[in-house]
Design a protein around this ligand. Structure first.
Ligand SMILES: Cc1cc2nc3c(=O)[nH]c(=O)nc-3n(C[C@H](O)[C@H](O)[C@H](O)COP(=O)(O)OP(=O)(O)OC[C@H]3O[C@@H](n4cnc5c(N)ncnc54)[C@H](O)[C@@H]3O)c2cc1C
Length: 511
């Protein structure tokens, strides 16, 4: 932990670890500094690992491992249920939610429900297996100083021990209370929700016997006694619940009452941990100062409804990871690093807007006194609630346009008409087009145009380029042009029917 390292990553949560994987797989040495020695299971927080994150995990070779370690397989359920309680009446249901159902060629991986700690533990193990990466636990970033030549990062351990590390670049992935953000003089802008929420993890092995709605990944509890959102962590009786509009004090006092009300009857339950939180809609006023970048929750916060925070942070990590590797590898220009903020901020803004819209109608907004009544008025109230749920909540559970189609149009390093994620397709059962892309740029050859000039321009500039001849696969109709230049992150950088002028390679490498 002394001397000079190309990249220091402040924070070894999911986003910092993902950045380390992206860099380490490209052979770039990095030091991840993380105060927590072990990953805690007390706050499972993220459960929705979306389709796009799973595509990145597939590229890293660990998607199958995450599925093997996730306590609930995808086959377990793809439903979200709205009900008056687990033992009460169903009001509405969404199926094929959160990218958990196949959709032809649209993506290379289904989403996965898994507690955040399962992903973090897997990423820690992956980082440990990459010779270029070092994870230094028990240390935190304390100070950041930089000049044109590098960044000096001051580290502190729990006992007050001090070290200094010099780096070419620093990525601040140190979460909502980011020291790195503060040290570079950036600040969050935005607001927060008016109501608090109270999360819990509890064990109730007998609860399944009373669930009237079958398996689901979420149960939204529309019940004046405990408006909540809950779901199973595993099939053995461990559950998470978020009591909506409940503050820390009343939550701690009423844990058992909340669980019984959501269950719809008294149940044997043991609370394992509690987690009070308030939704925030915040974006750092900048994501980069000189050689220091912000990623993940250090740069943006959104309400968790829809399951986007960690997934967006993973997208940041991938973006800054391959770009820093390119610059340190000597084949990219400075505009590549400028494009990080230009490409990520529109996506972060959109995520904050959509997650905020998802928060507009929660269980608390759907309450009615007679939803459990057996009479005609109860029936009518349930029908009205069901209609409102379908009208207001569909987008939250079917958000693949946001997850997959957030393009990079307007980026300074993609050509006009490019920037979207490469259309996915299966070349053979289990063999994704994405599996055949190179680690750098890839040019797909779909028609008669000669990729030779592009290859020569790349070779002259030291840009890694793989040529992938897809003629004969009958897939030309799936693409807008006969030559498609794909970036290391599977986005289209340029496309055309004739080999482009050499300056296209300069544009996409930020020279
Ligand atoms: C109830 C809830 C549910 C959620 N559900 C989802 C979901 O379904 N899907 C989703 O995508 N997201 C979800 N999220 C959001 C998700 O939890 C966060 O977006 C995610 O944890 C962000 O990861 P991160 O690595 O950026 O930050 P963190 O997870 O906060 O990690 C930051 C790391 O930095 C370390 N650190 C702190 N200070 C320093 C320092 N000075 N130096 C070095 N290291 C430091 C911390 O110890 C920590 O390990 C949810 C959030 C909540 C509250």
């Amino acid at each position: 932990m002394t001397g000079r390292v190309p990249v220091v990553i402040g924070g070894g949560g999911p986003v910092g670890l993902a950045a380390a994987v992206e860099l380490g797989r490209r052979g770039v040495a990095c030091l991840v500094v993380e105060p927590r020695t072990a990953v805690s299971h007390a706050r499972p927080r993220c459960k929705t690992i979306n389709v796009r994150s799973m595509e990145h995990l597939r590229r890293w070779g660990i998607a199958d491992r995450l599925r093997a370690e996730a306590p609930l397989p995808v086959s377990w359920s793809q439903d979200v249920v709205f009900c008056t309680s687990l033992a009460g009446r169903e009001l509405s249901r969404f199926t094929g939610v959160l990218g958990l159902s196949p959709d032809g060629d649209r993506f290379a991986e289904l989403g996965q429900q898994a507690p955040q700690y399962v992903l973090e533990e897997l990423l820690r193990a992956t980082v440990a297996g990459l010779p270029a990466c070092t994870l230094a636990t028990g240390w935190r970033v304390d100070t950041v100083e930089q000049d044109g030549a590098g960044v000096r990062v001051g580290l502190l351990d729990e006992a007050g021990g001090r070290r200094e590390v010099d780096a070419e670049y620093l990525i601040g992935c140190d979460g909502p209370r980011s020291t790195v953000r503060e040290q570079i003089g950036a600040r969050y802008e935005g607001g927060q929700a008016l109501r608090p929420n109270f999360g819990m993890v509890f064990e109730a092995p007998g609860l399944w016997e009373h669930v009237r709605h079958g398996p689901a990944v979420h149960y939204w509890i529309i019940n004046p006694e405990a408006p909540a959102l809950m779901g199973p962590i595993d099939r053995d009786g461990t559950w998470w619940i978020i009591a909506l509009g409940v503050d820390r004090e009343s939550g701690e006092r009423e844990t058992r009452r909340i669980i019984d009300a959501a269950a719809g009857r008294p149940v044997e339950a043991r609370v394992l941990s509690t987690d009070p939180w308030t939704a925030r809609m915040q974006l750092a006023d900048r994501m980069r100062v000189g050689r220091v970048f912000l990623a993940g929750d250090a740069a943006h916060l959104n309400p968790p409804f829809g399951g986007h925070g960690l997934n967006t942070g993973l997208g940041d990590a991938v973006d800054i990871g391959w770009k820093l590797a390119a610059v340190l590898g000597g084949w990219a220009g400075p505009a590549l690093l400028d494009s990080y903020e230009a490409e990520r901020r529109p996506i972060q803004r959109r995520v904050i807007a959509e997650a905020t819209a998802n928060m507009a109608v929660l269980s608390t907004e759907l309450l009615a006194a007679n939803l459990d009544d057996a009479d005609a008025a109860g029936e009518a109230a349930r029908a009205a609630a069901g209609d409102r749920i379908q009208a207001t909540k569909h987008a939250e559970f079917h958000s693949l346009e946001l997850v997959l189609d957030a393009g990079l149009e307007g980026s300074p390093i993609v050509a006009q008409g490019a920037g979207t994620r490469l259309p996915h397709l299966w070349l053979a059962p289990g063999r994704s087009l994405y599996d055949t892309l190179g680690p750098g740029y890839t040019v797909l050859v779909l028609g008669e145009a000669d990729p030779g000039p592009l290859e020569r321009a790349a070779r002259d500039r030291g840009v890694p380029l793989t040529v992938l001849d897809l003629r004969g696969h009958g897939v030309r109709g799936r693409f807008a042009a006969g030559l498609v230049l794909v970036r290391p992150d599977q986005h289209i950088a340029w496309q055309g029917d004739e080999a482009p002028p050499a300056d296209v390679i300069d544009l996409v490498r930020g020279a």
